[in-house]
Ligand binder design. Structure first.
Ligand code: M6R
Length: 362
């Protein structure tokens, strides 16, 4: 049931304030984070290995920044199909974490089985609580996204990020890495996030306007730094999945190392950059793009919009949130850009060609 929406994807995008709030109700109480006991002392492990495919892999890449910066815990992230055949050493002191919406992705399940007798603990972050990946884990944390039907993952991604951030905060607590003030500021922002998300949904029309232009492009680049780099990857994946436009994401700092050769007036560049500590560096990357005729669509907050300068082609202005939360909020414009570009191209948004919702064979 599409509940009045044209597509499941539109419905699932719009459901995000509600499902984020469901997950926060499940995992956040007045006292703080109420995740089930992970059965492992985060202070004692040496590293976390995270493995997934597709969008879930980008959720892991985002979480790497959180675990490392907030908890000081070294993290390796791998694509399941590479991990399972590379057969990497899994040393004592390793916790392994598998992220999967369906909980049935063949490569992710095989990677989990590879780790089963090697890692100290097997965790998973899943949307389907009785899935194979959940059943074979020591602890499975449901993301509370509800059924996701659109082949392009949307609400599952933001709900994965939500739970992964809570887990990173839990690890930070255990490792004594975060001041109570810093922790409370993040938790305050998280509690407000469903409302912030709701407010941000009204950027829909501005984004649709940008998307109608993007639909004319053959190639589109996405750029981001730090926490916004995995989000740029997710934005490019979403766009290519449903609009069939070639989209590629790079860490902004990599621009000079190759991709800048692609820039001309026909290649729009979507830059994901709230006004965080790395913003100035991203502005100089944008200038390099604009100096070569590239059209920049900047997704940023009020301060970023004011500082961006006149030459930016389009600005999508998001509400201001603590830096740590930006990847969750900025997933929304990434999803809406893909959605409206696909609509402008007339492609099948919910059932894109060649793709299956759950990849249960290699
Ligand atoms: O069910 P999973 O989370 O394990 O699925 C992983 C990927 O197949 C999935 O995220 C895929 O990349 C989506 N189509 C992305 O929109």
């Amino acid at each position: 049931d599409k509940a009045g929406y044209k597509h499941f994807m539109a419905k699932e995008i719009a459901e995000q304030p509600q499902v984020l709030s469901d997950a926060l109700n499940a995992y956040l109480t007045e006292e703080g984070i109420a995740l089930p006991d992970p059965g492992i002392d985060f202070a004692k492990i040496d590293r976390l290995t995270m493995v997934a495919c597709g969008t879930a892999y980008y959720a892991c890449l985002t979480a790497k920044y959180w675990f490392e910066q907030l908890a000081g815990l070294p993290v390796e992230v791998d694509i399941a199909s590479e991990f399972r055949y590379r057969e990497p050493p899994v040393l004592p002191g390793t916790a392994a974490l598998f992220v999967s919406q369906s909980g049935e992705t063949a490569d992710t399940l095989a990677a989990l089985r590879y780790c089963a007798d090697k890692a100290d603990k097997i965790f998973s972050v899943v949307n389907v609580p009785n899935s194979s990946i959940a059943r074979e884990s020591d602890l499975a944390l449901p993301i509370h996204a509800g059924v996701e039907i659109g082949v392009a993952s949307t609400k599952a991604f933001t709900c994965q990020l939500n739970v992964l951030l809570l887990l990173a905060l839990k690890a930070a607590e255990a490792r004594g890495r975060l001041t109570p003030e810093a922790r409370d500021e993040i938790l305050k922002g998280l509690r407000a996030l469903p409302g912030t998300f709701n407010a941000a949904l009204d950027r829909d029309e501005v984004i649709a306007g940008v998307a109608r232009k993007l639909a004319e492009a053959r190639d589109i680049l996405f750029l981001g730094r730090g926490l916004m780099y995995p989000l740029a990857l997710e934005g490019a994946l979403k766009l290519k999945e449903i609009s069939y436009i070639h989209a590629e994401a790079y860490a902004s700092g990599e621009l000079k190392h190759g991709p800048i050769a692609l820039i001309d007036k026909h290649v729009p560049v979507v830059v994901m950059a709230p006004k965080d500590a790395l913003f100035e560096k991203t502005v100089s990357n944008m200038q390099e793009v604009m100096a070569r005729g590239g059209k920049v669509c900047l997704v940023t907050d009020a301060e970023g919009a004011a500082a961006a300068g006149q030459d930016v082609w389009r600005v999508v202005q998001m509400p201001t949130v603590p830096d740590v939360l930006a990847p969750i909020l900025y997933a929304l414009p990434a999803q809406l850009l893909a959605y409206h570009t696909a609509i402008a191209k007339g492609t099948d948004v919910d059932q894109p060609r060649n793709l299956a919702k759950s990849v249960t064979v290699e």
